[in-house]
Design a protein around this ligand. Structure first.
Ligand SMILES: [Mn+2]
Length: 508
């Protein structure tokens, strides 16, 4: 964390703000006043915090994972309150936002997938359990708002089997809800909450006419769904996602620190993987994922691509069950996740540590374009991701021409078939639906990932066929300079003492 803190000091001016005082607002009604107070105690009644069990790590129970005042790694309860205030201010007076937690999904009967919270719900609450509903109300009181958080009530029997829940008391004391209640009773509670709303902003399918997949906990078998549907005028229902995309597209200082932290841990895992020789894609995959975790990540952000030789021509290759052959390249696209913030990196290196001439030429072509695009990740360039993509296409065309490729017609689209980049943050493809046509602004975080994939086709020079190369970094857009979030993953071919094709090089 020392590195992250020193990194924060180097952040551009726009990202700096006074250091966050570790305070936990007891109610959002007082969030404004709280900024001027040193400390507000949480109310745990007569029970000491150490005796309490929660449904997720908190500073009191997991001080090795969270600092004081943090609700999730690196993000304070105060920042969550600010996010809710900001959202409430973007809503018309008297309207509400309604968000549901992700549900547990199953890979087979009784066998569940690892739980992953719905990102918008997480962004506004920091609450990491299923079966929960958040309601944020613009009550017309200026900067303030009302926050309802309905969760699973504590239940010793159920917790004995499924692990601890935070419960309704913690929803208020720890997660700072003004109102809480048992999610099992939501069918009775929600109509009262929503009946006065002038508009309802939500992405829950159940609220949309024509969609019948209602969440079990939201409606249950009580007939409440019909009651609720009768009460809600469908004209009142509007999509919430575009408003949240506008917010999530711009990262706070604490978010950038988290993205840098996960980028650093993930980048180091990549560089460590390059030091070893693997003969199977599966072994490299395991090594990478193990190193993400021991470097401090919670795990992988997505199923990595570990593609030896021509497997790299398949962009989303994730079988990772082939062999790694002497003389081939291996393309690895992966990244870790910390506190639901993710990293996305791709590196391509020689299995035996030594590039062939053709591999090095093509690698340098991609690297040159990668570097020039990264250098343009600054607000002062006035470019969008779509414009950067066109710049990358033109750059690759020039590079390929110099290497003897016939670049006429659709050549570049064939050899570079995907987009140059996407937004990153809580999701790998962050802010789904947010246009890549907007000019990039300071505080946005994106990937830059040019690639060349040469099919086995007479159309292309023989010595390049079957080679697939992609180089990807996660980057924070600065005012005048990019901040590369994943710089620890080596990508230079030749730097004295640090080179991809000098096997077992030492880090300078
Ligand atoms: Mn990517």
């Amino acid at each position: 964390m020392a590195t992250c803190k020193s990194f924060a000091r180097q952040l551009p001016r726009y990202l700096r703000r006074p250091a966050t005082v570790p305070i936990i607002p007891t109610s959002n009604r007082f969030a404004g006043k709280l900024q001027n107070q040193a400390f507000i105690r949480r109310g745990y009644a007569s029970i000491s915090a150490a005796e309490l069990k929660f449904g997720q790590p908190l500073h009191e129970t997991h001080p090795h994972l969270l600092g004081p005042g943090e609700l999730t790694p690196g993000i304070t309860a105060l920042e969550y309150a600010h996010r809710r205030s900001k959202l409430a201010n973007k809503l018309p007076k008297g309207s509400v936002a309604v968000l549901a937690a992700a549900e547990v999904t199953y890979r087979a009967s009784g066998i569940f997938h690892e739980y992953r919270q719905e990102s918008n719900f997480f962004y506004l609450t920091g609450f990491n359990e299923p079966n929960a509903l958040a309601v944020i109300v613009n009550d017309g009181s200026g900067d303030n708002h009302l926050f309802h958080l309905y969760v699973r009530e504590k239940d010793p029997k159920a917790e004995l089997w499924d692990g601890a829940r935070s419960g309704t008391q913690a929803a208020m004391d720890v997660f700072n809800a003004d109102e809480s209640g048992d999610i099992e009773r939501i069918g009775d509670i929600l109509p009262k909450v929503l009946s006065d709303a002038t508009a309802i902003y939500t992405d829950i399918p159940a609220f949309n006419p024509g969609r019948s997949s209602l969440h079990r906990y939201l409606y249950g078998p009580t007939g409440a769904s019909q009651k609720l549907q009768k009460m809600i005028d469908v004209q009142k229902v509007k999509p919430l996602r575009p408003i949240l995309n506008e917010m999530r597209a711009f990262k706070s200082e604490d978010e950038v620190v988290q993205l840098r932290r996960v980028g650093q841990a993930s980048g180091r895992a990549f560089t460590e993987a390059m030091r070893h020789t693997f003969t199977k894609e599966k072994d490299l995959t395991s090594f990478l994922e193990y190193n993400f975790k021991i470097n401090g990540c919670d795990g992988s952000a997505f199923v990595p691509v570990v593609a030896g030789g021509s497997n790299a021509l398949s962009i989303h290759y994730t079988r990772n069950d082939g062999t790694l052959r002497d003389g081939d390249l291996v393309l690895v696209d992966g990244g870790g996740e910390i506190g639901t913030y993710i990293s996305d990196i791709t590196r391509t290196w020689p299995v035996n540590g030594k590039f062939t001439d053709a591999q090095r030429d093509l690698y340098n072509a991609v690297l040159n374009v990668h570097r020039s695009c990264v250098s343009l990740c600054r607000e002062s360039a006035g470019l969008s991701l779509d414009r950067l993509h066109t710049i990358a296409e033109n750059g690759l065309r020039d590079q390929l021409k110099q290497l003897g490729f016939d670049v006429s017609g659709d050549a570049v689209r064939t050899l570079f078939p995907h987009h140059l980049g996407h937004y990153v943050g809580l999701d790998v493809h962050d802010c789904g639906g947010y246009s890549r046509g907007y000019d990039l602004k300071a505080g946005q975080c994106i990937t830059i990932e040019p690639g060349i994939y040469v099919p086995d086709d007479d159309r292309w020079p023989a010595h390049f066929r079957g080679i697939g190369i992609r180089i990807e970094d996660s980057v924070c857009v600065g005012d005048d300079n990019p901040i590369v979030l994943t710089t620890e993953a080596v990508k230079e071919v030749r730097i004295p003492g640090l080179a991809l094709d000098a096997k077992r090089w030492k880090l300078c």
